[in-house]
Write a new protein. Structure first.
Length: 497
């Protein structure tokens, strides 16, 4: 690259890093709001977040950024530099189409929506949240119309979270899961097999906290670059230098917090595995939500719900909970199917996807205007009945359970199932390359798997599009085959089908 082009690319990267740092600051403020901020802090916090969002938007859409992108797209760049320009071009074009005042308003309304959602959920009062939800939907429709007035608004919103796997692909995957998993769940329900439940009892928060911290130690979570806290809805937040995880505790179900922590550990492991030298640029950022979710679901399900893992941690669990579960009983308990469970984040590995499909269908109808906000509780309950044979008795356990709509995150939910599918594909490729991964898990040696994921996925950041990354990591195109084979084999064996 010529000296003049090198200088221009350097100036361009400086702008990119400033945008990234503003976003990271906003992310930290959001983490604080959900974990530590006093209840009365919302008015100031919403203004702080909206200001950071507006500043980021201004930098991204500035004339200097547009000029840099135009010049660099015509320059002689290497592959990594072209990837950075590609990612910023996409972001710039989308952001430039949206007025700054709309971006600021969306940020402010979503920040204000968080305590409204929390209070509505605690009071089991959907009507109290409905006006806020209506406003968020209006704002997101307006946003989508600015980005691409000719496109399906929901497709535009979905592309914010997964820009390279199109919505048609997502719908095909969800349809395959529905076609294969619903009959499998029905077979399990008809089975006479009753899996072990050795952890029935009452366990206080302090006991569970010590347990999950020990499990994070076993997995190799680096405390010098993270922390564990509680939040109403478990999440991970951070960068390759500071990736924090949260969980929540249920007195009568210690496995809920355990699986949540392992799930968020998977997210944190991805963040911490991103290249440090590329911090602040797309090469040091994760590849969208389907890939991110693949990392959490791989650790939660393919490791944390495996027989090998329970052979490793059963003594630790028993020591903290005062139980006497065998590894096989722990494995069975971690894999019991609960079709009558109402809550997505507490759902088992199979029925989980029915929860995702339900939310996908409802939010798509909301954005399209085919469903009125006031009718969400009934639409939710009808689908729960149709897909899982159960109806929530309260909206708190039904349509108010998730935080995502309060964040304005419409189009997010499909990535949970897309990520689960990719997790199985990645794990199959790791087993092909590493041999008996379970044998290493049984010994508490997680480095080979973590190193494989870092080499095949983490270190690339956003160098590749999602389909390209899947090909690079696994040697084949994105497919649901591995997940479906894994699910039918595992649960067929467990339930003697």
């Amino acid at each position: 690259m010529a000296t003049e082009q090198q200088s221009r690319y350097g100036d361009f990267l400086d702008r990119v890093r400033r945008i990234s740092n503003l976003r990271s600051a906003g992310m930290l403020l959001s983490w604080d709001q959900q974990v530590m901020m006093p209840e009365g802090g919302t008015p100031a916090r919403s203004k702080q977040l909206s200001t950071l969002s507006a500043l980021s938007h201004e930098l991204l859409t500035a004339d200097e950024m547009a000029a840099d992108l135009d010049a660099l797209e015509a320059a002689d760049l290497d592959a990594d530099q072209r990837a950075v320009v590609r990612e910023l071009r996409r972001e710039h074009d989308r952001a430039a189409s949206v007025p700054a005042d709309l971006v600021e308003e969306i940020s402010e309304v979503t920040s204000e929506a968080l305590p409204v959602w929390q209070e509505s959920k605690e009071a089991d009062d959907f009507d109290a949240f409905a006006p806020t939800l209506e406003r968020l939907i209006e704002l997101k429709r307006e946003y989508a119309a600015h980005v691409d007035p000719a496109a399906d608004p929901y497709e535009v919103l979905f592309a914010d979270y997964e820009p390279y796997l199109d919505l048609d692909t997502a719908e095909r995957v969800l349809e395959r899961l529905r076609e294969r998993l619903v009959p499998l769940i029905e077979e399990i329900q008809a089975s006479d097999v009753e899996l072990a439940a050795p952890f029935e009892g009452r366990y206080d928060d302090e006991t569970q906290m010590v347990l999950v911290r020990d499990v994070l130690d076993t997995l190799g979570y680096p405390w010098e670059r993270g922390r564990l806290d509680t939040a109403p809805h478990p999440f991970m937040s951070g960068t390759q230098f500071d990736a924090r995880v949260t969980t929540r505790f249920k007195e009568d179900d210690p496995l809920d917090a355990l699986t949540a922590v392992i799930h968020e550990f998977g997210h944190a492991t991805y963040q911490l595995g991103l290249p440090a030298e590329a911090y602040g640029t797309p090469l040091g950022q994760s590849r969208d939500l389907s890939v991110h979710e693949s990392q959490s679901r791989l650790w939660e399900n393919h490791v944390g719900r495996s027989r090998a893992f329970w052979e490793l941690i059963a003594p630790t669990v028993n020591e903290h909970l005062g139980t006497a579960a065998t590894p096989e009983e722990g494995y069975e308990a971690a894999n019991r199917i609960y079709p009558d469970n109402l809550v997505r984040v507490e759902a088992d590995e199979l029925t989980y996807h029915m929860h995702v499909i339900l939310r996908f269908e409802i939010e798509r109808d909301l954005i399209a205007g085919d469903l009125d906000v006031r009718d969400v509780p009934e639409a939710w309950n009808e689908r729960m009945d149709a897909y899982l044979g159960v109806r929530p008795e309260t909206d708190a356990a039904g349509c108010l359970q998730d935080i995502h709509w309060a964040h304005g995150s419409f189009g997010y939910f499909p990535t949970y199932s897309l990520g689960s599918v990719l997790a199985a594909q990645l794990y199959a490729a790791a087993e092909r390359d590493l041999g008996d991964v379970d044998a290493r898990v049984r010994e508490g040696d997680f480095d080979p798997l973590r190193d494989w994921l870092r080499e095949r996925v983490h270190r690339h950041g956003q160098r590749y599009t999602t389909p390209e990354l899947v090909e690079e990591a696994t040697g084949e195109a994105y497919t649901a085959d591995h997940f479906l084979d894994y699910a039918e084999t595992k649960y067929g064996e467990l339930y003697d089908l």
